[in-house]
Design a protein around this ligand. Structure first.
Ligand SMILES: Nc1ncnc2c1ncn2[C@@H]1O[C@H](COP(=O)(O)OP(=O)(O)OP(=O)(O)O)[C@@H](O)[C@H]1O
Ligand SMILES: O=P(O)(O)OC[C@H]1O[C@H](OP(=O)(O)OP(=O)(O)O)[C@H](O)[C@@H]1O
Ligand SMILES: [Mg+2]
Length: 410
């Protein structure tokens, strides 16, 4: 999932009503007709139980609003542990937003470049909960965690939906063996005669909100879920469950445990996202500006990560003629077109221009093709350099981040 493939940036979760799943053992009810088959960050639609949400957040309740106005510092929640923790700190460091933590057991830290910002290290699920309770204003978490614990709450706004790490997907997996040997799709799984009201399909998952919702949306009636916190892949072989619903990245853990994914079984694609509390953006002084700054730095860095700067010399009679040759090649157009400068040299005592130096940005994926095209039109001395930042006039995501647009958007 690349940044460029996502056009929308500040995304809202749709707030709908649906039954609240129980946390230990539960079955999805079949009454809802809403559908979220494969959810990606770019198109989020999740359900939330209104009563459940209100018990956590109390929308419009004086306590929450008082808390929003009482504190003056802005709080950013970052994962305190797990694989997201170090990747998040690395990303911020690459954006010149290094987190200064006096000691690793201290849960509060600073980003000296941004005044009035406190970093709080929390478990990813607690970041989502604390955004909802207005104890945090901004947070970085996996989209899976946001979807599971945010449950479509409209106070959560995805400011950046593709931070390009933590890539994984939430998927249903079944054994490769036994009664599942010839089952390769969700439809085939649903049609198996084995699942009845008395003997439902048993699914082990840590996603006790998204799991039942996915099954219900896909019309699987006879399903029960059990929760587990880790090593879910062992559950089918231990006879505890028939299937599992868990995160998959390389697929190694599934393979090593004789499990397989099935067609139509992906619940969502996930990667790290930057989330904000809508209430904070709207009500707390400085949150919008701070969000704007963080977002701009993230965008500039992530855009640059996907590109190389290519310089080359080209023989030509004038800059326009060289430009024409370059622009006729599909992989050489650069960000806004090539920069072309004359290369002056002295021949027979006279300053002449036989060559032009060209500078273009090319997507990393298209590098080899670009070099081939450059050579084909007479390019020589091709130099490739990494880029650190690409700051545009205004990042597309920021369109939504100015107060006026936010007000319009909300
Ligand atoms: N195998 C994986 N590959 C890539 N990203 C993953 C993988 N598993 C999880 N993630 C992403 O990283 C986030 C944190 O996962 P991680 O396993 O580090 O912590 P956790 O599951 O909260 O804690 P724990 O596994 O210790 O209970 C997930 O929410 C998801 O976004
Ligand atoms: O497709 P793979 O690359 O094999 O990764 C998938 C595994 O990664 C996560 O587990 P984690 O390592 O977080 O352990 P956990 O089960 O203790 O959470 C996830 O729960 C899967 O088990
Ligand atoms: Mg884990």
């Amino acid at each position: 999932m690349s940044t460029s493939s996502m056009s929308m940036s500040l995304l809202q979760f749709c707030f709908q009503q649906c039954p609240s799943p129980s946390l230990s053992l539960f079955s999805p009810s079949s009454s809802s007709n809403s559908s979220v088959a494969t959810t990606k960050p770019a198109a989020v639609t999740c359900c939330v139980s209104q009563s459940q949400f209100q018990s956590q957040v109390s929308v419009g309740n004086g306590n929450v609003d008082r808390r929003v106005s009482e504190r003056t510092e802005i709080r950013l929640g970052l994962p305190s542990k797990g694989r997201m923790a170090s990747d998040t700190l690395d990303l911020l460091k690459d954006c010149q937003l290094s987190v200064r933590q006096v000691n690793p057991r201290q849960y509060v830290a600073q980003i000296p470049q941004i005044s009035n910002l406190e970093v709080w290290f929390q478990r990813p699920k607690d970041i989502v909960r604390k955004l909802l309770s207005s104890d945090l204003d901004l947070g970085i978490v996996g989209f899976d965690t946001l979807s599971e614990y945010g449950q479509g709450n409209e106070d959560l706004i995805i400011v950046h939906n593709a931070l390009e790490y933590g890539d994984c997907h939430l998927s249903l997996a079944i054994p490769k063996y036994g009664i599942f040997e010839n089952i390769n799709s969700l439809r085939e799984l649903a049609q198996m005669p084995q699942w009845t009201a008395e003997k439902p399909l048993r699914v082990a998952t840590g996603f006790s909100y998204l799991g039942p919702k996915f099954m219900k949306d896909n019309g699987l009636k006879h399903v029960v879920f059990s929760t587990a916190d880790g090593a879910l892949e062992a559950a089918p072989a231990m006879g505890i469950a028939d299937a599992i619903l868990d995160l998959v990245s390389s697929g190694t853990t599934l393979r090593e445990n004789n499990l397989k994914e099935i067609e139509g079984g992906i619940v969502l694609e996930s990667q790290a996202v930057l989330v904000a509390s809508r209430k904070s953006l709207m009500q707390r002084k400085g949150v919008l500006d701070t969000t704007h700054e963080i977002l701009e730095r993230l965008e500039a860095h992530l855009r640059a990560m996907g590109q190389f700067m290519v310089t080359a010399n080209m023989r030509g009679s004038n800059a326009e003629e060289v430009a024409e040759r370059i622009l006729n090649q599909t992989s050489l157009s650069g960000l806004q077109g090539p920069t072309i400068s004359p290369v002056f040299c002295k021949r027979d005592g006279k300053v002449t221009v036989d060559y032009y130096a060209i500078v273009i940005c090319v997507p990393k994926k298209a590098l080899y093709k670009s070099v081939q095209q450059l050579r084909a039109i007479g390019g020589s001395g091709v130099l490739i350099s990494p880029l650190t930042y690409i700051f545009d006039e205004e990042t597309p995501r920021l369109v939504f981040c100015c107060p006026y647009q936010i007000l319009l958007y909300l």
